[in-house]
Ligand binder design. Structure first.
Ligand code: C5P
Length: 233
């Protein structure tokens, strides 16, 4: 597992997503697909089964954050969908994260569970001002990562800038999945802590999550191939 480009399929409908994925039908290394809230809430769980049946790896980005019992039961439902990775927010605490893992096991599945440390859209100055966390961003991300490890989860979603430190603290096998990827000079959008595929490789990220730089590209297949070459080549 690891060293793959995950394409964030942030589309409003299953039809839009199918049309997009058709472009990749002749591509040798099929992209790993991230199904986020937009697609999941508009299409329901069948979209996970459909994309898995097309032969793609699936990261189900639901970012759950609720009381442990609710998260356990939600994960039990998710378990049978066959996603490869699903996630929660580390902010929900260690008990909630443990419950997420237990829910997957209770459902009989083997989906890996990872947790978001600090969203890549959060700039350092917002951490104290808006999230009321009074420590440097890299320290907060590492402290959350340690909680994630303590809870027995498989890894974290973090920015490229924290991936090396988190591997140092939590071990090389602890997955780092890093969004906020941009080609040099391209539009940052609502992201704050962005990095190129090449820099993500240097920092030891296991997976990069790339949305708009691929989905909105004039030629999505070549943008994907460029990402793959820069990150996993
Ligand atoms: O379009 P873009 O490349 O910015 O998309 C990044 C994707 O990664 C989005 O689907 C977003 O929800 C997700 N993500 C993120 N930061 C996190 C966790 C997930 O940007 N910390």
């Amino acid at each position: 597992m690891g060293k793959d480009v995950i394409v964030a399929c942030d589309f409003p409908s299953a039809e839009d997503c199918r049309e997009f994925l058709k472009k990749f039908s002749g591509v040798e290394r099929k992209p790993y697909v991230k199904i986020g809230m937009e697609l999941f809430y508009s299409c329901g769980p069948d979209i996970v089964r459909e994309i898995k049946a097309l032969g793609h790896g699936v990261f189900l980005d639901l970012k759950l954050c609720d009381i442990p019992n609710t998260v356990r039961r939600a994960m039990k439902s998710v378990s049978s969908l066959g996603a490869d990775i699903v996630n929660v927010h580390a902010f929900g605490g260690i008990d909630m994260m443990r419950a997420a893992k237990e829910g997957i096991a209770e459902g009989g599945g083997s989906t890996k569970v990872i947790a978001v440390t600090v969203l890549t859209s959060i700039a350092p100055e917002k951490l104290g001002a808006e999230l009321l966390i009074d420590r440097p961003l890299a320290d907060a991300a590492s402290a959350f990562a340690l909680n994630v490890k303590t809870a027995g989860l498989d890894g974290v979603v973090c920015s490229v800038y924290e991936a090396g430190k988190i591997h140092g603290i939590c071990g090389r096998d602890f997955l780092t999945v890093t969004p906020g990827i941009r080609f040099g000079g391209s539009d940052v959008g609502d992201q704050a802590r962005v990095a190129t595929p090449e820099f993500a490789k240097e920092q030891g990220s296991d997976y990069i999550v790339v949305g708009r730089p691929i989905t909105k590209a004039a030629d999505p297949v070549s943008a994907y191939t460029q990402c793959l070459a820069g990150f996993a080549g």
